[in-house]
Design a protein around this ligand. Sequence first.
Ligand SMILES: Cc1cc2nc3c(=O)[nH]c(=O)nc-3n(C[C@H](O)[C@H](O)[C@H](O)COP(=O)(O)OP(=O)(O)OC[C@H]3O[C@@H](n4cnc5c(N)ncnc54)[C@H](O)[C@@H]3O)c2cc1C
Length: 390
Amino acid sequence: MDYDVIVVGAGIHGAGAAQAAAAAGYSVLVLEQYDEPAQGTSSKSSKLIHGGLRYLETGEFHLVNECLKERANLLRNAPHLVKLVPFHIPVYKETTRRPWKIMVGLSIYSLFSRKWFKRVPHAQWGQLDGLNTTDLDAVFSYYDAQTDDARLTRSVLASAKALGAQVRLGAALESACLVEEGCKVVFQQSGVDLAGSKEVSARILINAAGPWVNDVLEHIEAKPEQMPIELVQGTHIVVPGKVSHPYYLESPHDRRAVFVTPWKNQVLVGTTENDYQGDPANVSPLDSEINYLLEIYNHYFKRYLKPADVIDAFAGLRVLPGGSGEIFRKSRDTYFGKDRAKCPRVITIYGGKLTSYRATSEKLIGKLKKFLPKRKRLADTRLLELPIVE
Ligand SMILES: Cc1cc2nc3c(=O)[nH]c(=O)nc-3n(C[C@H](O)[C@H](O)[C@H](O)COP(=O)(O)OP(=O)(O)OC[C@H]3O[C@@H](n4cnc5c(N)ncnc54)[C@H](O)[C@@H]3O)c2cc1C
């Protein structure tokens, strides 16, 4: 076998899996279909490194706890990429989550994160970026973190490379066949000099293809079992203006949580949740989503921006468990699918969060350890500083 592990996809999970595998001493090859890493969901997120305050409502305490631990690791290991900032939650007469409920949620969140929240005094409401104060009952402030998602992904990939992982960009997995001792992968390499079909082999194939995970499984001979999934489109818009810190708002239409955050000297507003069918490469913002987000921004900030004022809009795809049920209530857990229980040759990462990529990747490599050759560990990813990248 050429490698211990081949990873398909250079989004945050592919980069994280490559880093964890290389840190554990395994030989690793990453295949990414695009010419740059993080061209899928990992550059289309809300760019938050957070515990997910709203997951408390769905009782996913383990997720909140894990994400807050990972937030602490990232603040320590990548201070140039991950910054703690005060998030503000305004509560109006019409807001469904009442002040007492938000205080209970923030108290639990503070216990997990060991960073206390506060109530913003009435006298300071005038300094809140032109926030609408009509019928405003209370404003809470708590800490969470922001990042540049694509840069974080590139940094984790650079860390994996520094540990010896090889990365091929413009390299799309075309097919794979499973043999007793592992798998053989055929990929199509683009580029002037290197172009063409290539074959490589590994003991284990890690499928970190995000919204393409089941497409990748389709291209594997013997078709490993696929978990039923639902792709949910989430759009963000970038609008002109300035906010001094993020706001956590409740959409007046459907009561969903929407963030308004500072982003590269402009303002980022998102996100939406719409079922998506079709090729993940073709996902793009819908006019209805742009209007929905603009209405929320105009409602809370009285700025009256029109669609023509929108500077940029982008859409990403969440991978959620298939089946019926409200999108908001669906589990945000990460699942691993295997081609077989004993000696798996393909393992697939379903779902996940930018924030918890490291914990997910370490869990994955931990599960594979007994099926891989013995190697000498090179590093502990909990302690690895992430490099500065462009
Ligand atoms: C709208 C939205 C907002 C979000 N906000 C947050 C947030 O604020 N905080 C947070 O923690 N999480 C957030 N998330 C979740 C997080 O962004 C995702 O879980 C994460 O980015 C998924 O990364 P991934 O590596 O699994 O997938 P992707 O980033 O999509 O990467 C998959 C990669 O696989 C490659 N690939 C696919 N097929 C092939 C093939 N055949 N050959 C080679 N390469 C292939 C693709 O090109 C792509 O680069 C958000 C998600 C969405 C949709």
